[in-house]
Design a protein around this ligand. Structure first.
Ligand SMILES: Cc1cc2nc3c(=O)[nH]c(=O)nc-3n(C[C@H](O)[C@H](O)[C@H](O)COP(=O)(O)OP(=O)(O)OC[C@H]3O[C@@H](n4cnc5c(N)ncnc54)[C@H](O)[C@@H]3O)c2cc1C
Length: 419
């Protein structure tokens, strides 16, 4: 063990940042490495994709988050392999780093489940780059149709969203608002009624994790926005202009948004541990991996069982933050010669938004909330979760502007290659 011990944290999402913050007072050198120089607030990515917020309002410089924590060094590099026995991690463009304690907080990434053409033509919604790419593609299709209206009949303005969970529902709801509030005015010569929005879900209901009352509310709300709901349907193939369903139906759409599945970071597979469903790393009650007591896994990459129910906890920001904090605290306790404490998830409720003034919340003992009150609560909770007061102020200003004027400020594309 080095003196002071080195704690290597891989990933600067909710889990990694939570762990690093809880080590603020520890006598340790903390090294936090992320492939980006920013922390992404994933729950609001759909607002970037639909021009409500700009990219720097949902991402925050990682270095800035640790100005007041001198025991943390931040590096931008991509981890490429883990050797847990030798206690060393390799990176793509940086010398290997040895560790005394390791926190794996690398999150999850999109899973296309091998659907033909999806990796090349679908637009996932899991990273900041994904959100910006989708925004620019949709704007590009409207501009293309403006130049050549014949493209409308080919589905240039139509979007298929896959996945009836929160990511898919939030995305299609926000896209419908963008179409109705902004594009109808931006492109008065284009027939907005022929710009179809379709949500495809493999199961029989939307929001399968919520109570039936909230599922019905989500379906009614989206139908009210004019979104076509295709339940019990599965996407079989994707091309740049067509989406083919397993039932044989073909949809003309130049955009397919993928909100249908996640898998743990592929780095988990290099860890030489037995993985659980979705490639997640199983951990014990203190969040250390079963084979390596000095290696912790938190957030989306980890398979954490609920201490009350024995079920695996969902891949949520609140689970990632709380588990990251517990892992950080446990490492700090070990360094101080104290006993570790078991992780216990404090479930404050699960929420999702559908559109303006429409959201759902399910509280732990079955109580539910929906509509405008739930939407206000969603806004308050998500504002509070943003990294800094500056981010919160910027987001509030943009929401207020969009709420009063029904206009969004960031619907432009800057093509750096053309300049
Ligand atoms: C569109 C969307 C909406 C969501 N909405 C909600 C919501 O409303 N409420 C909620 O509770 N949860 C929501 N979630 C889930 C929540 O965002 C995640 O559960 C949470 O971000 C997981 O945190 P994490 O720290 O485990 O991983 P992440 O936040 O994904 O962070 C992982 C970090 O690791 C870095 N990384 C990955 N690979 C490497 C590598 N090889 N080397 C170095 N760095 C690497 C990444 O750059 C990233 O910064 C949503 C997720 C998405 C995608």
């Amino acid at each position: 063990m080095t003196d002071p011990p080195r704690v290597l944290i891989l990933g600067g999402g909710f889990g990694g940042v939570g762990a690093a913050r809880k080590l603020a007072k520890a006598d340790a050198d903390i090294v936090l490495v992320d492939s980006h120089d920013y922390h992404t607030f994933q729950p609001m990515l759909y607002q970037v994709a639909t021009d409500l917020l700009s990219d720097d309002e949902v991402a925050h410089p990682l270095r800035d988050l640790f100005h007041d924590q001198p025991n943390v060094a931040v590096h931008e590099a991509t981890a490429t392999s883990l050797d847990l026995d030798a206690r060393v991690v390799e990176f793509d463009d940086m010398a290997p780093i040895e560790f005394d304690y390791l926190v794996l907080a690398l999150g999850a990434q999109v899973n296309f489940f091998g659907v033909e053409g999806a990796a090349d033509h679908a637009f996932p919604m899991y990273t900041l780059a994904d959100a910006v790419r989708l925004k620019e593609h949709v704007l590009g299709r409207w501009e293309a149709a403006d130049r050549d209206p014949a493209l409308v009949a080919d589905g240039a303005l139509s979007i298929v969203v896959v996945g009836g969970g929160p990511t898919g529902v939030e995305s299609v709801g926000a896209l419908s608002e963008l179409y109705r509030s902004d594009f109808s005015k931006d492109y008065p010569s284009l027939p907005i009624d022929r710009a179809s929005l379709t949500l495809v879900e493999a199961g029989p209901v939307l929001f399968s994790m919520f109570e039936p009352e909230l599922q019905a509310y989500a379906s009614e709300t989206l139908s009210g926005y004019g979104v076509e709901l295709l339940l019990d349907e599965v996407v079989a193939a994707v091309s740049p202009s067509r989406v083919t369903l397993k039932s044989g139906r073909e949809l003309k759409a130049h955009t397919l948004v993928w909100g249908a599945g996640l898998q743990a970071s592929p780095l988990a597979a290099t860890a030489d541990v037995d993985l659980e469903r979705g490639g997640r790393i199983p951990v014990g009650p203190e969040l250390a991996t079963l084979e390596h007591p000095d290696v912790y896994a938190v957030g989306d990459i980890a398979w954490i069982t609920d201490s009350d129910t024995g079920e695996a906890l969902p891949q949520l920001g609140s689970v990632a933050l709380q588990s990251g904090e517990r892992a950080g605290e446990n490492i700090a306790r070990r360094i101080a010669g104290q006993a570790q404490e078991a992780f216990s998830y404090h479930d404050k409720g699960t929420m999702a938004t559908i559109g303006p003034g429409a959201a759902v919340i399910q509280f732990p003992r079955g109580r539910t909330m929906k509509g405008r009150t739930a939407s206000l609560a969603w806004g308050a909770v998500h504002l509070a979760l943003l990294s800094t007061g500056e981010d919160r102020t910027k987001a509030m200003l943009n929401w207020a502007w969009a709420g009063f004027t029904h206009e969004r400020s960031s619907r432009i594309v800057i093509d750096l290659e053309d300049e």
